[in-house]
Design a protein around this ligand. Sequence first.
Ligand SMILES: [Zn+2]
Length: 215
Amino acid sequence: MTGELKVPFITRWSDEREVSRADLCLSTKGLFYRHDDAADRDKFGALWARTVGRAGVGEPRFRDVSFSRQRQAMRDLLCQVCAGPASTTRLGTLFLLEGTVRSAAELEEEPTGQPPLCLPCARLSREQCPRLVRRYTAVRAKKPTIWGVFGVPYLPPTPFLPAMGGLVPEPRTLQVGYGRADLRFVLAHQLLRQLRRVTVIDLDAELARSPAGQL
Ligand SMILES: [Zn+2]
């Protein structure tokens, strides 16, 4: 598989663009779309960004994720690269977390927007994803629990910033848990799971143990 460049399932393509602002409104109760659709809001009350365009059209934007496919992969625990089932063993579901190598205690209850992986794609990602080539921690989580969203917060309207027409996205993104009051002022881009009952694993050892036919 080495050398084969695969466009991950969750990667956004240049044809896919966000169009939320064209219809987005704000009141003291929160964000909403002028022309609301049941699919815009999830069952926990978060309002999701809208996009147009198709995967596979134009160029892949490897630094960006498709909001809808990230959400689907995270919700259904699909591999973020091939969209097949993520690898799950008695230790839980496989995640590769970029950045400094950390312990299970440090990662316990951490929210993540990185959907899980299957073993073959974990090996491929480690070799080809620039963010993982330098450093990563491979973990399995027995209870990766739906936690909240990553998105763009909008300032609640005030007497000085009237609602409807006073839409001001804050120049930052944040993670917000389901159930928090400020969730209604956040436009969701990604679904987050909280990693619980985490075990740090040796990915090389797992790959070596896997039957060759599965890789
Ligand atoms: Zn995969």
